[in-house]
Write a protein that binds this ligand. Structure first.
Ligand SMILES: *Cc1c(COP(=O)(O)O)cnc(C)c1O
Length: 239
């Protein structure tokens, strides 16, 4: 094994142990939590090694980086998640490789994603990104809609051709009442998820938790955790 591969394998094993033990603590089954490795800023060769090590879900947050990487890894059976703030002019590219867009936070984006999915003859999974720190009518600093806009957006995804409403996503807020209170933030997201599932029973995916707070997310009931740094190392540049 190369050094990089050894390092990735060791990191992955550590993250796996954290998820497994969080599941035990929460009385949840390990298979009810899916690990998504956030490969942003890291090369396609890392994605390939991660695939060899058993990773099946990866996430990216910038189309410029993600598009060539996805092309370079097109032969691998991977589910690609897009988790970054998404401008409508990037939608056509993202719809070419993403299986799930986790950062849906406005109707204009839904319209653009739907058109791109139909045009590319693909079905795109969509998560509504919730900004727990956003006031009504606003968007979060790191993207996402205020909680009172979830249902309107969900209905628009539901009605859109080529899109599938999969559930909710959040990033723990750095400011506001939930700053530093990841568990409370993720509990709140779970309440919104229960409410959403009342009208959309299939939208049962809950994406929450990153390297620093995946245990809180598993304890709250997240179905997907998004882990970058703990698997790949501290990112060489902002991302
Ligand atoms: C970068 C990123 C992650 C992973 O963060 P780490 O702290 O590196 O684990 C998760 N979710 C989103 C939306 C991200 O942009």
């Amino acid at each position: 094994m190369t050094d990089r591969r050894t390092q990735l394998a060791a990191n992955l094993a550590q993250v796996e142990e954290r998820i497994a033990s969080a599941c035990v603590s929460a009385g949840r089954k390990r298979e009810d939590v899916t690990l998504i490795v956030v490969t942003k800023t890291y090369p396609a060769s890392d994605v390939r090694m991660l695939h060899e090590l058993g990773v099946r879900h990866v996430a990216e947050n910038r189309d410029q980086d993600a598009a060539p990487k996805a092309t370079a890894c097109a032969d691998l059976s991977l589910t690609w998640h897009f988790v970054g703030q998404l401008q409508t002019n990037k939608v056509r590219s993202v719809a070419g490789y993403a299986d799930v867009v986790q950062s849906v936070d406005r109707v204009k984006l839904v319209t653009a994603l739907s058109a791109a999915a139909v045009r590319g003859e693909r079905e795109l999974g969509c998560l509504i990104q919730v900004a727990l720190d956003a006031e009504s009518g606003e968007r979060g600093d790191r993207g996402g809609v205020a909680p009172d806009a979830i249902e309107e957006l969900a209905a628009s995804v539901d009605a859109a051709q080529g899109l599938r409403l999969d559930g909710l996503m959040t990033v723990a807020p750095l400011a506001g009442p939930y700053a530093g209170r990841q568990r409370a933030a993720f509990d709140r997201l779970m309440e919104f998820s229960s409410r959403l599932r009342g009208n959309h029973p299939a939208a049962n995916m809950v994406s929450a938790g990153m390297s620093a707070d995946l245990e809180d997310a598993v304890a709250a009931g997240a179905t997907h955790v998004r882990v970058g740094t703990a698997v790949l190392g501290v990112r060489p540049r902002l991302g």
